[in-house]
Design a protein around this ligand. Structure first.
Ligand code: HEM
Ligand code: HEM
Length: 182
């Protein structure tokens, strides 16, 4: 029997590792801001949020380089051309907004606020721009709105992945799960 097509194991490690970091950073960001008095009195969650999320800026470079040199498996033949275009657009938005734009907006916010970012708690990210308190409100709004938009985007991505598996019963989710490599 022909071997089923799948993402490479490196692509899977990058996808699931970054997904874990991303989802963890998202919930920690929410807890840090909306439950500040309960869980974030000494900015410990803000520190953790920035330490986790900033690693995505480095991992995304590796991921894009790997993706360019290792194409994704073909989508199921049963999917209409419109659905295939939708999947391409959805993945493009995840890369551009959730994995690149959102970390950049956090970096921008911390830079205008003159606050440090310790990547993985190990070394400091240099400021992206000079500190400027007059831009604080704008930078905060951009990061907050984009974070919520991305929450919806990732939520939609997970629902679509589960629908492929449980409703359409095709190979899309299996191609990203461990155990089978192309
Ligand atoms: C270099 C990367 C990033 C930096 C420096 C950063 C920085 C921050 C800071 C300073 C806060 C406010 C925390 C507080 O007030 O205590 C925040 C909030 C938040 N961040 Fe980030 N962030 C980054 C990336 C991300 C990423 C990748 C995500 C998504 C996974 C994200 C999601 C959020 C969310 C959901 C909030 C709470 C928004 C709200 O007020 O409702 N951030 N971020
Ligand atoms: C439980 C959570 C998740 C599940 C079940 C899931 C599932 C999947 C599956 C099945 C694929 C392959 C789709 C295909 O072959 O067409 C995929 C691809 C992708 N996922 Fe996720 N995912 C999750 C979380 C995330 C998160 C948090 C992000 C980023 C913020 C993300 C970003 C991506 C991207 C960018 C691709 C496209 C990969 C490529 O072809 O280069 N995923 N995901």
């Amino acid at each position: 029997m022909a071997k089923a097509e799948s993402y490479t194991s490196t692509a899977k490690w990058l996808h699931w590792g970054m997904a874990l970091l991303w989802i963890g950073a998202w919930f920690i960001g929410i807890l840090a801001t909306h439950w500040r008095d309960e869980f974030n009195t000494h900015h410990e969650l803000t520190f953790l949020h920035k330490a986790m999320a900033s690693t995505l800026l480095f991992l995304i470079v590796v991921r894009i380089a790997w993706r360019i040199t290792h194409p994704a498996p073909a989508l199921p033949a049963a999917m209409s051309p419109l659905m295939k275009r939708g999947a391409f657009f959805g993945h493009f938005m995840l890369y551009a907004i959730a994995l690149i734009g959102l970390p950049l907006s956090g970096w921008y916010w911390s830079s205008v606020a003159d606050k440090p970012i310790l990547v993985a708690g190990l070394f400091q990210l240099p400021p992206m721009v000079d500190p400027d308190q007059s831009l604080y409100g704008l930078a905060k709004s951009i990061h907050t709105y984009v974070a919520w938009l991305c929450g919806a985007l990732v939520g939609g991505h997970v629902i679509v992945a589960l629908k492929h598996h449980f409703v359409e019963k095709d190979e899309v989710l299996k191609g990203m799960l461990p155990g089978r490599n192309s």
